[in-house]
Ligand binder design. Structure first.
Ligand SMILES: NC(=O)c1ccc[n+]([C@@H]2O[C@H](COP(=O)([O-])OP(=O)(O)OC[C@H]3O[C@@H](n4cnc5c(N)ncnc54)[C@H](O)[C@@H]3O)[C@@H](O)[C@H]2O)c1
Length: 435
């Protein structure tokens, strides 16, 4: 990590290469960041960015002013907005970068707008709410030349880095198949499976229309039904357990096996779907093209949520081996490896793994802005990872049917009706333009 003095020296020597950072008066000063979404995960994103020696938090946005007390204490005097567009219009000249920590349905609307204005973006996982948006985010990041990072901070954790290094060292041999699972269910955060009949008044502090943003109009409901937290369950706003944990738990799978292509096909099963919330339990069987790290030309990866665990049959672990509540099982040609989410990886052969030091994921983004070097999981990586995760929720709508996917063309090739689920219609005034 560059400390402030080194950074100033680097800037003075003209090393600060990222285009937006060279943009204006911020050269030779700290990276000036605005936080969008100030409580929940946003608060930890903001605190972490603020703790970097070469940053300054300069503005904030949250649609609910009752959730801005912490940031007001952190940065007294910094302007606080309810609409990020107004914040960028008024303070754009002094904002180099933004964190986007809103519910998923608004990531693309906000992230694309910020990148189009030359801002570096740290965006929470999943990168977007649907597959088409994830593709647009990756394209826009490239076009704008900004430094981006997906907010899957465990990517930088010692446990995940240790597992990636172990697999790439060949300790289990080439990988035949992967199973990834998570304890969370697809609904159960909002305690509803259909829209509430009794509606509470919108709190005075909350700009409900801004919260809805791109999503179809609906009444506020009540505390935690949608806002805050409960939105995850609802198809209009979140992506259930797969959307919530897929980018975390599949991240070391993608990184270790260097998966850089889209799945070829996928098949989902689940416990039942209505028009509103995601299923309580989902299983998605993906097939990816093989890589240098896989045993065969095709790699099966199976996702389970809602508490279902993979069977250990066909692995090198004894059948009574305890598995963590969430994690991944890599079945290799020579041994198998379990990586708990979040815990120390272990191998069926009992081999001891060399521990790889963890890094500060948040600071890695700031350092990238300063150096002009894209961190390991920018939107060029987070986009395809998110696409794969969210394709799983398209497959959920076609229970039991194997959907064939052409990633380059961004199209299902054997059932055209599924293509309609790759994107959504936006609410009037909230359109998202293609890149
Ligand atoms: N990386 C992780 O470990 C992790 C953990 C939790 C959540 N997340 C992600 O962080 C994001 C937020 O999740 P959360 O649990 O904090 O949700 P939340 O609903 O608890 O908090 C979201 C915050 O954003 C604000 N907000 C909502 N819409 C906004 C808008 N349009 N503009 C500005 N502010 C807005 C809300 O008022 C609230 O303060 C999601 O994408 C989620 O997937 C990541």
């Amino acid at each position: 990590m560059l400390r402030r003095r080194q950074f100033l020296a680097a800037s003075a020597a003209g090393i600060a290469a990222a285009p937006a950072f060279v943009r204006g008066q911020n050269l030779n000063s700290r990276v000036q960041i605005a936080g969008i979404g100030c409580d929940g995960k946003g608060w930890s994103d903001i605190k972490e960015m603020d703790s970097h020696a070469a940053t300054q938090m300069v503005a904030y946005c949250d649609v609910d002013l009752s959730r801005t007390e912490k940031v007001k204490d952190l940065t007294p005097g910094a302007p606080v907005y309810q609409d990020f567009r107004e914040m960028l219009a008024r303070h754009g000249d002094s904002i180099d970068a933004v964190t986007v920590s809103t519910p998923d349905h608004m990531h693309a609307f906000i992230g694309l707008d910020a990148m189009r204005q030359g801002k570096h973006v740290y965006c929470q996982k999943p990168l977007t709410h649907n597959v088409w948006e994830a593709r647009q985010m990756a394209l826009q990041a490239k076009q704008s030349g900004v430094i981006t990072r997906l907010g899957n901070q465990i990517h930088s954790h010692t446990f995940y880095r240790t597992a990636v290094a172990a697999i790439q060292s060949g300790v289990i041999g080439k990988v035949k198949e992967v199973h990834s699972w998570c304890a969370a269910t697809g609904h159960g955060k909002s305690f509803h499976i259909s829209r509430p009949k009794t509606l509470e008044d919108v709190p005075k502090t909350l700009a409900w229309n801004q919260w809805l943003g791109v999503a179809p109009e609906r009444p506020y409901g009540g505390w935690k039904i949608y806002h805050p937290w409960g939105w995850r369950d609802w198809q209009d706003f979140g992506n259930g357990a797969l959307g919530d944990f897929g980018c975390h738990i599949l991240d070391p799978v993608f990184t270790a096996l260097k998966i850089n292509a889209a799945p070829i096909e996928l098949t989902a099963d689940h416990t039942g779907l209505n028009d509103e919330v995601w299923p309580a339990q989902t299983t998605v069987k993906y097939v990816f093209p093989g890589t240098d790290w896989t045993a065969r030309p095709a790699l099966p990866i199976t996702w389970y949520d809602g508490g279902r665990l993979p069977t250990l049959r066909g692995t090198d672990f004894p059948s009574n081996q305890a598995l963590p509540k969430s994690g991944s099982l890599f079945v290799g040609e020579q041994a198998s490896l379990v990586l708990p989410h979040v815990g120390a990886p272990f191998v069926s052969s009992g081999a001891l793994l060399d521990e790889v030091e963890g890094l500060n994921h948040y600071h890695g983004w700031v350092d990238g802005i300063i150096s002009g070097q894209q961190p390991s999981d920018g939107f060029d990586y987070g986009g395809p990872l998110t696409e794969a995760v969210l394709l799983g929720n398209v497959a959920v709508r076609y229970r039991g049917e194997t959907l064939k996917w052409n990633g380059k063309a961004m199209q299902f090739t054997n059932d055209d009706s599924a293509n309609a689920w790759l994107r959504r219609d936006y609410r009037d005034g909230w359109d998202i333009a293609a890149v």
